[in-house]
Design a protein around this ligand. Structure first.
Ligand code: CDM
Ligand code: ATP
Length: 471
């Protein structure tokens, strides 16, 4: 008999429900020495929402479809380890295996994502804490090792009984051939975009700054022995043969003369036709990940060259660094950009890129900008913005609304628009006020793509993370 619950990825709308589950679950600690510390500190909803947006939270839904428990993974430690930041089940749904199923689900994902260890901090004397984790393969670590000093000091400062604290870790086997693996496909923003000319082949010479985000789609990949490339779930409305991830896999297979195939699933989060490069990023992730899984041995230049054949935006995702770009977008100079957060607004307008490049009113002979002129803020426009503004009233409305909080910009050829902020808090405050006509996403910019980190993990070259993260 199947259990009367199922587990899926949490969505931002569930934040309040998950915070309420934590408040209910913590009641079980009344009378325990840890109770005052637990009572005083509730879950930070903003951090939980950020983790949900990055796909690091799973929820157990009961028979009525309402959340009854959740698990939250934290990848802050970096390297080859991920940590359980929180796992809670509503007390009235306790003792039905929901916590165990959530824990196994999270560990299975961590293994598929290339992590080699799951860490956590818990209480030694509570039956549903350390003994529960011990039954699920977690072993106590030496808590007096220097790596844990900061966490124990944090416990002490917050009145938490550090003598009862135990840090535990569960090793994960690397994914075996034929197992599902999970790979990120991040979105990009164009922080500015200038068109400086048109080439004989119809493509345009442009200058842009690609800023990668720590947010995007997730590809699930599994090697097949029979040479077939099959899509199992993907972008809605996109036929499998047109899917850029499928096309990337086929191109690599032909180019490298591979006999193996792959099953490809895409967990789509990046709005399609939004100027965030979703299809291009899916293609790049398929190239980079299958090059590893199939053992093709192509280097970054070769993969970027293959990517260019699929689309102008693919190379930056293959190389996986925020960059200044020229040519058709493939001549890339990595840029270290300041730490910033972005509110990305999706006006739900599908803006076809090719049509915009054909627009007669597009400025396509701008004087070239320089990296210093971008850094100084002098070069900050997007050549598509006036064209899209005039043709798509819903994008104009999004620019106007977001413009009330600062300098709102169009990404790529749109329709998504964005605002840069100095902190997650500022970005969240704007996103919370977003009118129902638009969908708002909040994400940090990153210099290095999460895909590069994933590749290092899958290769076993991510290095050891030293401490378990803790909320
Ligand atoms: C607008 C941007 O997203 C900015 O990053 C890119 O320039 C577009 O990149 P992309 O979607 O990967 O573009 P592709 O799939 O290669 O091309 C889509 C269409 O846009 C036009 N195109 C694209 C890139 C470019 N530098 N000049 C062009 O004229 C081409 O006519 C093509 O028919
Ligand atoms: N895996 C995929 N994900 C999304 N779109 C795909 C995918 N494969 C093919 N497509 C096609 O590509 C079109 C453009 O999608 P995409 O999300 O890449 O656009 P975009 O973000 O505007 O891209 P860009 O920023 O490069 O202009 C979609 O409408 C769809 O028909």
């Amino acid at each position: 008999m199947s259990p009367p619950f199922h587990i899926e990825r949490a969505v931002p709308a569930q934040v309040d429900a998950l915070c309420a589950i934590e408040r209910a679950a913590v009641q079980l600690f009344r009378g325990h020495p840890a109770w005052p510390a637990y009572e005083a500190a509730s879950l930070p909803p903003d951090q939980l929402e950020a983790a949900i947006a990055r796909g690091l939270v799973w929820v157990a839904l009961g028979e009525a479809g309402a959340p009854v428990g959740f698990v939250w993974l934290d990848d802050e430690a970096g390297g080859d380890a991920v940590a359980v930041a929180e796992i809670d089940v509503l007390p009235r749904h306790g003792r039905r295996g929901i916590g165990a199923a959530l824990l196994e689900h999270a560990c299975a994902w961590a293994r598929a994502a290339g992590y080699r260890r799951v860490d956590l901090g818990t209480l030694a004397d509570v039956p549903w804490n350390a003994p529960f984790y011990a039954r699920h393969g977690f072993r106590p670590m030496d808590k007096h090792a220097p790596a844990y000093a900061a966490l124990l000091a944090h416990d002490r400062a917050h009145g938490f009984p550090d003598r009862l604290r135990v840090f535990m870790s569960r090793p994960l086997e690397p994914a075996a051939p034929g197992d599902w693996t999970a790979w990120p496909a991040p979105a990009k923003l164009n922080l500015f975009l200038r068109i400086t000319g048109r080439r004989p082949d119809g493509y345009h010479e442009l200058q842009t700054v690609f800023r990668l985000l720590d947010w995007g789609d997730e590809l699930r990949l599994r090697v097949r022995g029979d040479g077939e490339i099959r899509r199992v779930g993907g972008a809605p409305g996109v036929p499998a043969d047109d899917d850029l991830a499928v096309r990337a896999a086929r191109l690599l297979r032909e180019h490298a003369g591979v006999g193996a195939g792959a099953d490809i699933g895409i967990d789509k989060r990046i709005p399609m036709g939004g100027g965030l490069g979703g299809g291009s990023s899916d293609a790049a992730t398929a190239l980079v990940a299958l090059n590893h899984l199939w053992g093709c041995g192509l280097d970054e230049d070769a993969l970027a060259g293959l990517g260019r054949r699929l689309g102008a935006d693919v190379p930056v995702f293959v190389r996986g660094r925020s960059a200044w770009a020229e040519g058709v977008g493939e001549r890339l100079t990595p840029l270290a950009l300041p730490r910033r957060w972005y509110v990305v607004l999706d006006p739900r307008a599908h803006v076809p890129t090719a049509g915009l490049f054909q627009a007669p009113e597009l400025t396509r002979n701008a004087a070239p900008a320089t990296i210093p002129s971008f850094v100084s803020g002098e070069a900050a426009e997007n050549a598509f913005e006036p064209v899209v503004r005039a043709r798509y009233p819903e994008v104009a409305a999004a620019l106007d609304w977001l413009g009330g909080f600062g300098r709102a910009r169009l990404s790529g050829s749109g329709g998504c628009v964005f605002l840069e902020t100095a902190s997650r808090g500022q970005a969240r405050r704007v996103a919370r006020q977003c009118p129902a006509a638009f969908a708002a996403h909040v994400a940090p910019g990153v210099d290095t793509s999460p895909l590069r980190r994933a590749l290092a993990r899958h290769r076993g070259a991510a290095g050891n993370a030293s401490t378990p993260a803790q909320r």
